[in-house]
Design a protein around this ligand. Structure first.
Ligand SMILES: [Zn+2]
Length: 548
C-alpha cells in the first residue's frame, strides 16, 4: 500500500513537470530582468496560476490521444508566453502594458525587423532554445523517436482516479481563474494583450475620424496672413544633438550646417516629450501633450495650416503601412498633398535624398501660401543603411568613447556617418528654399534621439532607459531675408537660445512663426515669443525632466 501511494506521488510529481519547467524558467529569468521585486512576485504568481489552468484541464481529460495533443498545445502556448514576456522585459524593462503594446503594434513591420536585426543577439537565441525546449522534446518524442520515453509515459498516464478528486480539480480550475481575474489582471499576459489591443483599436478609430481629416473642429477661429509665404518643417528621426557638431560634438558631423551657422538659429535646450516615434509625434504635432497623450478631441499643425489657408504637403520617407495605419501617417494624411516615397516596395536603400525632387516640385508648384512637412528616415536604425557609400567617412575609433569595444566603435561610426548625411539633407533643403527668395523659414527638429553608448552601454531608444541623448534633440531654424524683413524684431535676443523647452507645446511655436492665430493659441508656450514662460518639462506622464 505504502509503495503504491509512493509511486502515485512520484507520478504526480512527474506530471507536475508539465507546468514546472516554464514556471522555473520564467522565475529565474524574471529575477534578473524585472526591475521591482513586488512586480516580480506578482508576475510569477500570476503566471503560476495561469499555467495551472492548463494543468487542471490536462488532469480531467480522459483520452490518451487527446492528452498528448493538449500537452503539446499547452507547452507551445506556455513557451510562447514565457518567451515573449522575457523578451519584453529584456527590451523594455517593463511588463506588457497597453502603451508598450501600442508602440509594438505601431512600429511598422519593416522597422520592427530592423529593430530586431539591431538587437538580435545570442541572448534572444538562447532564450528561444530554452523556453521552447519542452516543445522540441515533445515533437521529437511524438514524431521522430519510435519508443516513447518512460518519463513521458508516466506524465501522460497520470490522472486522478476518483470522481471526488476530479470535482476538486474542476473547482480548483475555477478558483484559479477567479484569482487571476480579481487580483492579477494586469499581470496576466492574455488579459493584458486583449485589453491593450482593444484600447489600441479604439484610439486608432478615434484618430482616424479626427486627425486624418483636413480640418479639425477643435481648432476654431483660425486666421492666417494673406500674403505669399512658403514654410518648411523637417521632422527628423532618431537624431540626437549629442552627436551633432553644431551642438559641440567632437567630430565634424555637421560641416554643411556649420558653414552657414551664422544664418541659423540654433536652440540649445529643446527636448522631445517622448522617445518613441509614434508617442512623440502625437505630442509634438497635435494638441496632445505629456499629461494628455492621444487626446480624443484633437487637432494637428497640419489641420491648423489647412484652416489658415495654406496648401499643405506631407512628404515622407517613412513607410506609411496601409496608409491610415501609423500615427504619423494619420496626422500626415490631413495634408492636401501627400507623398510617401517608401511605399510597399520598400527598398532598404531609399536614402533621404530621394525626397529632394518632391520637395523641389512642391516648391515649384503654383500657390502663394504653402507649408511643406518633410518626414525623414533620418538616422533610424540600422544606421549603416541610412547613407550612401560616399558618406562612410568615420571609420576609425572615436577618441572620446565611453564604452570602448569593437561593437561600440562600429555603431558610433555608422551613427556619425548617418548624422553627417543628415547634415547634407537638411542643408540641401535650406539651399533649395533659399534659392526661391521668398518669405520663408525652414525649421528642423528630430522626433527623438538615440542613445549610442553616450551615457550607458545601450543603443537605440526605449522609455525604460530614458537617457538624455534620447530626449535632447536639435531644434534649428533658418529664416529667409524676406521673412526677416517682414518681422525685423523677431528672434533678435540671443538669450532665447537657451530656453528650456519641450516640443509637447510645438503647436504654439509653429503658429507663431507661421503667422497663424487660433482660439487656444497660448504664446507663452511658444519658444519664439517675448512672453515665453518656462514650465516644467514633463516626461513619462509625471516626471519632471529638469528635476534631477
Ligand atoms: Zn523615431
Amino acid at each position: 500500500m505504502k509503495k503504491i501511494v509512493f509511486s502515485q506521488l512520484n507520478h504526480f510529481y512527474t506530471s507536475l513537470s508539465f507546468v514546472l519547467y516554464h514556471f522555473f524558467v520564467f522565475s529565474l529569468a524574471g529575477w534578473f530582468l524585472i526591475p521591482f521585486k513586488i512586480g516580480y512576485f506578482k508576475d510569477i504568481i500570476a503566471f503560476g496560476a495561469f499555467s495551472l489552468l492548463f494543468y487542471f484541464i490536462f488532469l480531467i481529460i480522459n483520452s490518451y490521444k487527446l492528452r498528448k495533443w493538449w500537452l503539446l498545445i499547452s507547452s507551445f502556448m506556455l513557451s510562447t508566453i514565457v518567451f515573449i514576456k522575457i523578451i519584453f522585459y529584456y527590451f523594455y524593462g517593463v511588463k506588457i502594458t497597453s502603451s508598450a503594446v501600442y508602440v509594438v503594434l505601431e512600429t511598422n513591420i519593416n522597422e520592427a525587423s530592423e529593430y530586431l536585426s539591431t538587437y538580435l543577439n545570442n541572448f534572444i537565441f538562447v532564450i528561444f532554445i530554452i523556453t521552447f525546449l519542452p516543445v522540441f522534446y515533445l515533437l521529437n518524442n511524438y514524431f521522430i523517436r519510435k519508443n516513447k520515453s518512460q518519463f513521458l509515459d508516466i506524465l501522460l498516464s497520470f490522472k486522478p482516479k476518483s470522481i471526488r478528486i476530479k470535482i476538486i480539480v474542476v473547482l480548483l480550475f475555477f478558483i484559479s481563474i477567479s484569482i487571476i481575474y480579481i487580483n492579477f489582471r494586469p499581470e496576466n499576459f492574455l488579459f493584458a494583450i486583449a485589453k491593450s489591443f482593444k484600447e489600441y483599436k479604439e484610439t486608432k478609430k478615434l484618430l482616424k475620424n479626427n486627425l486624418a481629416k483636413q480640418e479639425s473642429i477643435v481648432l476654431t477661429n483660425v486666421v492666417g496672413l494673406e500674403e505669399p509665404q512658403t514654410y518648411v518643417v523637417i521632422i527628423g528621426e532618431s537624431t540626437s544633438k549629442w552627436h551633432m557638431q553644431l551642438y559641440g560634438y567632437r567630430r565634424n558631423t555637421n560641416p554643411l550646417l556649420t558653414e552657414i551657422k551664422k544664418n541659423l538659429i540654433v536652440f540649445n535646450d529643446v527636448i522631445t516629450p517622448d522617445v518613441h516615434t509614434i508617442t512623440a509625434i502625437d505630442k509634438i504635432l497635435t494638441l496632445s501633450d505629456a499629461k494628455n497623450p492621444y487626446k480624443k478631441e484633437n487637432g494637428s499643425v497640419i489641420q491648423l495650416a489647412n484652416q489658415a489657408g495654406f496648401k499643405t504637403y506631407w512628404i515622407s520617407n517613412q513607410k506609411p503601412v496601409g496608409y491610415y495605419e501609423s500615427i504619423p501617417t494619420l496626422i500626415g494624411s490631413a495634408a492636401k498633398s501627400k507623398k510617401f516615397i517608401a511605399t510597399d516596395n520598400y527598398n532598404y536603400d531609399i536614402y533621404d535624398e530621394s525626397l529632394l525632387p518632391f520637395i523641389e516640385k512642391a516648391l515649384e508648384e503654383k500657390g502663394d501660401k504653402k507649408i511643406i512637412f518633410i518626414h525623414l528616415i533620418g538616422t533610424h536604425v540600422s544606421y549603416h543603411k541610412r547613407y550612401p557609400k560616399k558618406y562612410n567617412v568615420f571609420k576609425n575609433e572615436y577618441k572620446h568613447l565611453k564604452f570602448k569595444n569593437k561593437k561600440t566603435i562600429e555603431y558610433v561610426n555608422t551613427y556619425d556617418n548617418a548624422v553627417l548625411y543628415n547634415d547634407f539633407i537638411v542643408r540641401s533643403i535650406i539651399d533649395k528654399v533659399r534659392g526661391k527668395d521668398i518669405k520663408s523659414y525652414v525649421l528642423y527638429f528630430s522626433d527623438h534621439g538615440d542613445e549610442v553608448f553616450d551615457t550607458m552601454d545601450f543603443i537605440g531608444h526605449s522609455s525604460y532607459h530614458a537617457t538624455k541623448p534620447m530626449y535632447e534633440i536639435p531644434f534649428i531654424l533658418w529664416l529667409s531675408d524676406k521673412y526677416k524683413k517682414s518681422n525685423p524684431t523677431f528672434l533678435t535676443i540671443n538669450s532665447i537660445l537657451n530656453r528650456k523647452y519641450s516640443l509637447e507645446n510645438f503647436i504654439h511655436s509653429f503658429s507663431e512663426i507661421s503667422n497663424i492665430k487660433f482660439d487656444s493659441l497660448n504664446l507663452s508656450k511658444s519658444i519664439f515669443n517675448s512672453n515665453f514662460m518656462y514650465r516644467p518639462r514633463i516626461i513619462k506622464k509625471n516626471k519632471n525632466y529638469d528635476s534631477d
